[in-house]
Design a protein around this ligand. Structure first.
Ligand code: A3P
Length: 273
């Protein structure tokens, strides 16, 4: 079967200075006027930072670790709704701020995000062509990828965290001690779950279990949209994979540029654990 070039690999569209998918840009007025409810929980991330992982954990928390129930409830969309976004802070529909919704922001170190994004660009055809790794890295560093600059995204949300109910979470901390991070999440959500339930959540949200779970590994998405033989959605799930991708020259250029872009921010990442 032929691909549909009209919907695949299209160039990104500028929305208020941020490159977005054409499909979002076309519906922008609807996005802007999205009516958040006070009990909505927002999960916000730059792409490839652990969105699916933390969404699964939150889903399990709201269903007391019962993986079966999660699937049933998803169909019925029971409140509280878990709303996911990759939008930079300045583009978030204002109703989320007005309603003072709780928000969980997940951040991951830039080099691992760039690598993960490069493989995702290739497997998910909603993106423009990735080009070579060298070319993609350039696009990443200049913010010419879907949802714009990683640097602006992580800093923008970081700056808002003290003024709103934002729980700022790091992928690397989750890798290092998922139980501790889940417990912190529970506190933020004012939820009290038994040790046994927390252990169930840990089990169901582990990389290997999620990789086998069709409701989290994206294998139910048609091949045309996501080609898992190019790269699986649940790819490696580790910290520090950038070392297998960056040349020494790329690393040095990246670090120099990173320092400039992150200058003045108190935000600190670990690039390996
Ligand atoms: P890699 O490509 O480095 O493997 P997102 O959900 O924001 O698109 O992020 C996807 C990244 O998170 C992928 O990274 C994926 O493997 C990783 N990931 C998904 N579930 C995970 C889990 N349970 N534990 C660790 N990493 C996970």
């Amino acid at each position: 079967m032929d691909e549909k070039p009209d919907i695949y690999r299209r160039e990104l569209v500028d929305v208020q200075g941020v490159p977005l998918f054409w499909s979002i840009a076309e519906e922008w007025s609807q996005v802007e006027s999205f009516e958040a409810r006070p009990d909505d929980l927002l999960i916000s991330t730059y792409p490839k930072s652990g969105t699916t992982w933390v969404s699964e954990i939150l889903d399990l928390i709201y269903n007391n670790g019962d993986a079966e129930k999660c699937i049933e409830l998803l169909k019925k969309m029971q409140p509280p709704r878990l709303v996911k976004t990759h939008l930079p802070v300045q583009l978030l529909p204002s109703s989320f701020w007005k309603n003072n919704c709780k928000m969980v922001y997940v951040a991951r170190n830039a080099k691992d995000v760039a690598v993960s994004y490069y493989y995702f660009y290739q497997m998910a055809k909603i993106h423009p062509e990735a080009g070579t790794w060298e070319e993609f890295l350039d696009k990443f560093m200049t913010g010419k990828v879907a949802f714009g600059s990683w640097y602006d995204h992580v800093k923008g949300w970081w700056e808002k965290r003290n003024d709103y109910r934002i729980f700022y979470l790091f992928y690397e901390d989750m890798k290092e001690d998922p139980k501790h991070e889940i417990q912190k999440l529970l506190q933020f959500l004012e939820k009290d779950l038994s040790e046994e339930t927390v252990d169930k959540i840990l089990y169901h949200s582990s990389f290997n279990v999620m990789k086998q779970n069709p409701s989290t590994n994206y294998t139910t998405v048609p091949d045309f949209d996501m080609n898992h033989s190019v790269s699986p959605f649940m790819r490696k799930g580790i910290s520090g994979d950038w070392k297998n991708q960056f040349t020494v020259a790329q690393y040095e250029r990246f670090e120099k540029d990173y320092e400039k872009k992150m200058k003045g921010s108190t935000l600190r990442f670990r690039s390996e654990i």
